[in-house]
Design a protein around this ligand. Sequence first.
Ligand SMILES: [Zn+2]
Length: 213
Amino acid sequence: MYRIYISIKLILTGFCILASNYIMAISNNIHLKNKIIPEALINEVGTALSYYPELAETRIEFKLKPSLKKSFMKAQPKFSSLIKSKGKREYVILISKVFKIDGMQLPLADIPKNVLIGWLGHELGHIMDYKNRNTINLIWFGIRYFFSQNHIREAERIADVYAITHQMQQYIVETKRFILNNGNFPMVYKDRIRKLYLSPDEILSLARELEGN
Ligand SMILES: [Zn+2]
């Protein structure tokens, strides 16, 4: 009787291992404490996260999507976690597998590693900002993002400033230069970046200013 029990247990354990390997294989995600990271981006995400030790306890899922509208990455709170307290809120950073913008198509694999780290550092800056906001404020923040260019400029500046104060200025500058000096990016997109985001020179002078303090 005991032997039968052991055999059934072994078969079930074997099945569970097979099933969990299958789940890993289909999702290709690495589950760490408080973080879910696509296997393909583990090094870049790991490097960006290492600059934000305050986010160790924050739940963040980095999620690959076929393509996002008008952006390459997007940080947002998980809607279902908005009813939870600020500390327990969960976030997602959506990442396009192919960055499509005004006719241009740029696959994730063609973007240099440091540029990806800079981009992720900027998105983590948004999460630092969201973390300090209560739910009502966060919802209002989201609504204003749709309607006010001044608000977008302010939100993007805050995210960059977080990345700079977390010593990521070189990565952030590389990311901006990759966009602004790249002949493949459409002019409309570059103009949008120039209008709404800090320029590489502004980032460097801000970093020098912060170092001086
Ligand atoms: Zn942003």
